[in-house]
Design a protein around this ligand. Sequence first.
Ligand code: ADP
Ligand code: MG
Length: 258
Amino acid sequence: MTDRTHDHSALLQLRNVSRHFGSFRALDEVSLTVRAGARHAIIGPNGAGKSTLFGLISGTLPVTAGSILLDGQDVTRLPVDRRVGLGVAATFQHSSLFLRESVLENVLLALLRRPGGGLGGLRRVAARPQAIAQAHALLDQVGLPTRHELAAAELSHGERRQLEVAVALATDPRLLLLDEPAAGMSPAETARLTALLAALPGEVTVLLVEHDLDMVFELADTVTVMHLGRHLMTGAPDEVRASAAVQSAYLGTTEVPS
Ligand code: ADP
Ligand code: MG
């Protein structure tokens, strides 16, 4: 079903989206448009509802009210796998890697989720030279070209997050959701991740939740600020930095750099 009022530059539209937990409003009528090709960051203090919002977009959490449109198509009630098929990929705040499997196998398993990836199981896919070549190319892309034989558990924290990006890219996403990818990273690891995200092709729209504001202001062309389950403002990085409302939402938590 395609919506007549759909804005064609929008890849993702949230319309008055709410999520309640009992009587608690984790998200309260949030509306937001993410342009195709955007590098869009969502910032806001802990508890603002950022991860909840990602759950609603990826489909791991049902909405209480409101609607979610992907390219004009209402996906509000579609299950996760259908959304993956439409090009929504997420890395979560808590890692979802298979730690005992190798780095390469983690990417191969994700390639299986592609439309046409088939249900033949890892062994069948692994037998396909094309899938293996694709997995190696993805590991190159995220800066892990020599780590493929290690178990995922043996990677450093930063390398695991790089692998999570490769796993997300393996589903050939149009929309990549990254929830605090730089959390717990050293400055060098953050710099590597920032460079990798900056180099992603323009066809991949990026929606990023991140507390590292240097990273946000380096990558983002659009910034949304959330506070206590509400949308506070969306604008160009400079507008957001200059906003008094944003400064006050951050008082006592993180300073918005000037
Ligand atoms: P953020 O990612 O911005 O830090 P979250 O989306 O994780 O915020 O959480 C927003 C609010 O919703 C928080 O107050 C959190 O405690 C609450 N919350 C999140 N998930 C649940 C849940 N499953 N049950 C109850 N409350 C929740
Ligand atoms: Mg969060």
